[in-house]
Write a protein that binds this ligand. Structure first.
Ligand code: GTP
Ligand code: MG
Length: 538
């Protein structure tokens, strides 16, 4: 079963019989994180998982005893709660505590990306920080995006709630009044999972689960995104990257989780929790080390492949952009590739490269990359850094924007922010306003794009503007090429066709001693022409 929390925090699945005679069964969610979601192709994954799970079994988890209410900070930071807002929801169930699962329980198991997903009823919570700048994603839009992420993960959103705060409550992130309000709503709606739009501290997660009571799980946006990546990782490398990010996410949470043991046991087992943390942390670190080594070797192979590819001096153009902007659709349309493109977030996790052949005989390689998102978990950026760094070797970055999206500007900013962390400032860029066919005011957008330098307006779906796009790419590629004048001898005729293929020929003239060429060519290729350039200038 693949559900958001079960894959990340190793909670009992409703289908797995829970051992009732064990001390922690009253609160299985308090068990330390297990590594349930390791890719099965990760060497030793099963063995390690079992080790950690065995360790967990030996360690009783003691209920946390946080004081309720009386939080001065809360009183200062909380602003009157907003109205509960509900998505078209399934009718509140009349299920009583302890009663058996609903009739349609079995129907809620769905097949997604070849995996079984349990469609958990999910409730979303967002916090608007007072003083958030106007150009950032508003709370409404951020929650909408969270709902899309939840849908992508296979969850069913049944309601949502938001709160305006000057600063988050250190204990429960939201204020106590809001916690009570949400508790009432989620019990009425039979909610199984509550997802917060921001990353929560491990203590906040725990306190919220305790406050909501029952079997309600609490997760944060980071856990949700990690889970989607986990569900979608199709290749060995992507699976390794996601497993690494998940472990890095788990490591600090594991620490905090165990540190409660001693405190709650009133010091009677002093040192026990600490010892346990050390053992678990060591296992996790060893696994992280093994994963990093394996990733290194996978990347070495890919680099060798890339080096072989770059020996052919065809320029590489990388597509970057916000998730769902239409990058894969553009690649598919231009190259006839069959990359998965769908109206889900993070459809693509692995870079795919295809050759684009233009009508004029010129070519370039086009690479599709993983999409970006606002509040991208840092451990994911770190884990995917190597994949993304490949784009730093491209001759041109094409930033694909969904111009029909109401928050296109904010999405552009979010992408620029990630790009600025990747050290690609020296690479020429071209902006593509995609999905113009879907915009409310397509003609206005086309006119605006015309006025701007470095912007091409297209529809990857209908094909509008793709010829213009290819021409703009060619023009931009000039920026990464060098100007050469060379006299190519007649017996080196194949060089002329390569110049046509990878460069931009301005002039070609047949002389007694060979063909005189003036062209922009990639730097690597210019070096090959050096002896002929010498001939030309002398
Ligand atoms: N109307 C319209 N829809 C488009 C266009 N381009 C893409 N789409 C749709 O937008 C959705 C997302 O497209 P993808 O190509 O998967 O987007 P992506 O940028 O690769 O997304 P990630 O892989 O998640 O980063 C799909 O449902 C596409 O059919 C377009 O020009 N017009
Ligand atoms: Mg894609």
């Amino acid at each position: 079963m693949m559900s958001i929390c079960s894959s990340l925090v190793g909670r009992f699945s409703p289908l797995v019989p829970q051992p009732s005679n064990l001390p922690w069964t009253t609160r299985p969610s308090s068990r330390p994180f297990l590594l349930k979601s390791l890719p099965t192709n990760f060497p030793g994954a099963l063995q390690k998982e079992q080790q950690l799970s065995n360790l967990a079994v030996e360690s009783p988890v003691i209920e946390t005893q946080e004081e309720e209410g009386g939080d001065a900070h809360e009183a200062l930071s909380e602003v009157p709660t907003t109205q509960l807002e509900e998505y078209p929801a399934s009718p509140p169930s009349s299920r009583k505590k302890g009663e058996e699962v609903d009739d349609n329980f079995e129907d809620r198991f769905k097949l997604r990306n070849g995996r079984e997903v349990f469609e958990e009823k999910t409730y979303l919570v967002g916090v608007e920080r007072k003083g958030d700048t106007e150009d950032s994603f508003g709370i409404e839009e951020s929650l909408k995006e969270l709902a899309q992420l939840a849908d992508t993960a296979g969850l069913t959103v049944v309601g949502s709630s938001k709160q305006k705060l000057s600063s988050p409550n250190p204990r429960t992130y939201i204020g106590s009044g809001k916690v009570a309000e949400i508790k009432t709503a989620i019990h009425a709606l039979d909610v199984e999972t509550v997802i917060f739009d921001d990353e929560l501290l491990p203590g906040q997660l725990r306190n919220l689960e305790k406050s909501f009571g029952g079997d309600v799980r609490v997760c944060d946006r980071t856990a949700l995104i990690l889970d989607i990546f986990n569900q979608r990782a199709a290749t060995h490398e992507a699976a390794l990257q996601v497993a690494l990010a998940q472990m890095e996410y788990q490591l600090p949470r594991l620490t905090k989780m165990w540190s409660h043991l001693e405190r709650q046991a009133g010091g009677k087992v002093k040192g026990m929790g600490e010892k346990q943390i050390e053992v678990d942390k060591r296992i996790l670190r060893t696994q992280i080390g093994v994963l990093k080594k394996e990733l290194e070797s996978v990347r070495k192979h890919r680099k060798q492949y890339r080096n072989r590819r770059t020996s052919v001096p065809v320029p590489v153009v990388s597509l970057v952009g916000y998730t769902n902007a239409g990058k894969s659709t553009l690649l598919n349309h231009l190259t006839g590739a069959d990359v998965l493109a769908e109206d889900k977030l993070f459809a693509t996790l692995d870079p795919t490269t295809r050759r684009v052949q233009m009508k004029n005989g010129r070519e370039f390689l086009l690479t599709d990359t993983v999409g970006f998102i606002q509040k991208l978990p840092t451990m994911l950026v770190a884990a995917f850094r190597a994949t993304l760094e490949e784009i730093s070797e491209s001759s041109l970055l094409v930033h694909v924007v969904d111009i029909s999206h109401p928050l296109a500007e904010q999405q552009i900013d979010a992408v620029d922010k990630v790009l600025s962390e990747l050290d690609v400032s020296s690479i020429p860029k071209l902006k593509v306003w995609n999905k113009v066919d879907r915009a409310n005011n397509p003609q206005e957008i086309r006119n605006e794009a015309k006025k701007r330098e470095d912007v091409v307006c297209i529809s990857a779906l209908t094909g509008e503007g793709l010829q213009e796009f290819c021409e703009a790419v060619q023009e931009k590629l000039k920026d990464s090429m060098v100007w050469v004048e060379a006299l190519v001898p007649f017996d080196k005729g194949e060089l002329l066709s390569t110049i046509h293929q990878v460069g931009m020929v301005e002039k070609m003239e047949y002389t007694e001693n060979g063909t005189l060429v003036e062209a922009h060519v990639p730097l690597k290729f210019a070096r090959l022409l050096t002896p002929m350039r010498h001939l030309c200038t002398s």
